[in-house]
Write a protein that binds this ligand. Structure first.
Ligand SMILES: Nc1ncnc2c1ncn2[C@@H]1O[C@H](COP(=O)(O)OP(=O)(O)OP(=O)(O)O)[C@@H](O)[C@H]1O
Length: 250
């Protein structure tokens, strides 16, 4: 079942066309990796899926993004609500300068949730799902900034999970982390697949091939090839895809 799709999506930064008419659809419960050389538009595309580009001045977007068949670019869309349903994890872990506990329930508090027991339960279940509960269960009242980078990133993922999104967008979520922390996050994302749809920008080909169901190759603002990950890595249809994944450029 398609959960989100873009249709003829163009995005301009000023006069520069960064996305040149992207048609793409994502199935519920799948992990999709977006790959391609630096500057090809992967992050820009990811951000169009929950309207994060709205925050950048001088951006023009044409075309549609349909989330559960509704156009998210409609003036009626409540972007705060949208970003709860379509959460985002960034390259640099970005915990708030609060306790671990307050970080995880940030979105729930904003939504007016004050029931202590419900909040406690949300903290535990989100931290468990993000595979960081054992690391932080005795440090819930300590500043999240005192954790390691990998733990911070998993707390940030727990913060996204706490508001029960349907889709999680991940922009190079492990590129700032050491291999052990990256591996833990990869395993955790793989486990989460059962409950969430994930779309992830990555520069790491092994990561894309290990955890994603589908892979999309972008080049200069165009979507060159989008298929099952195995097909992209073992038998791509386009020469440009093959050149990129075999390291001829990028
Ligand atoms: N805020 C911005 N203002 C102007 N141009 C931008 C902005 N953000 C990105 N661009 C330009 O849009 C193009 C696509 O950038 P984008 O960050 O989406 O690429 P990317 O594939 O994610 O690259 P990377 O892998 O390096 O993160 C690039 O040419 C970039 O310079």
């Amino acid at each position: 079942m398609t959960i989100i799709e873009s249709k003829q999506l163009h995005l301009f930064y000023g006069k520069k066309e960064a996305l040149k008419g992207i048609d793409m659809s994502f199935e519920k419960g799948e992990i999709t990796a977006l790959i391609g050389p630096s500057g090809c538009g992967k992050s820009t595309y990811l951000r169009t899926l929950n309207r994060m580009n709205d925050l950048i001045p001088d951006v023009t977007i044409t075309g549609n993004v349909l989330f559960k068949e509704k156009n998210i670019y409609s003036p009626k869309t409540d972007t705060v609500e949208l970003r709860k349903q379509i959460g985002m994890v960034f390259q640099q872990p970005n915990p708030f300068p609060f306790s671990v506990y307050e970080n995880v329930i940030y979105g729930l508090r904003l939504a007016g949730n004050v029931d202590k027991q419900a909040l406690d339960e949300a903290v535990e279940s989100s931290l468990k799902a993000a595979a960081v509960w054992d690391d932080v269960k005795d440090k819930l009242n300590k500043s999240a900034l005192s954790l390691s980078g990998g733990q911070q990133q998993r707390v940030c993922i727990a913060r996204v999970l706490a508001v029960k999104p349907e889709i999680i967008l991940l922009d190079e979520p492990t590129s700032a982390l050491d291999p052990v922390s990256s591996g833990k996050i990869e395993n955790m994302l793989f486990e989460l697949k059962e409950h969430y749809t994930m779309i992830m920008v990555t520069h790491n080909m092994q990561q894309a091939s290990r955890i994603s169901d589908k892979t999309a190759f972008f080049l200069n603002g165009d979507l060159i090839e989008y298929d099952k990950t195995k097909k992209i890595f073992l038998n791509p249809s386009k020469q440009e895809t093959e050149d990129y994944i075999t390291g001829k450029f990028g």
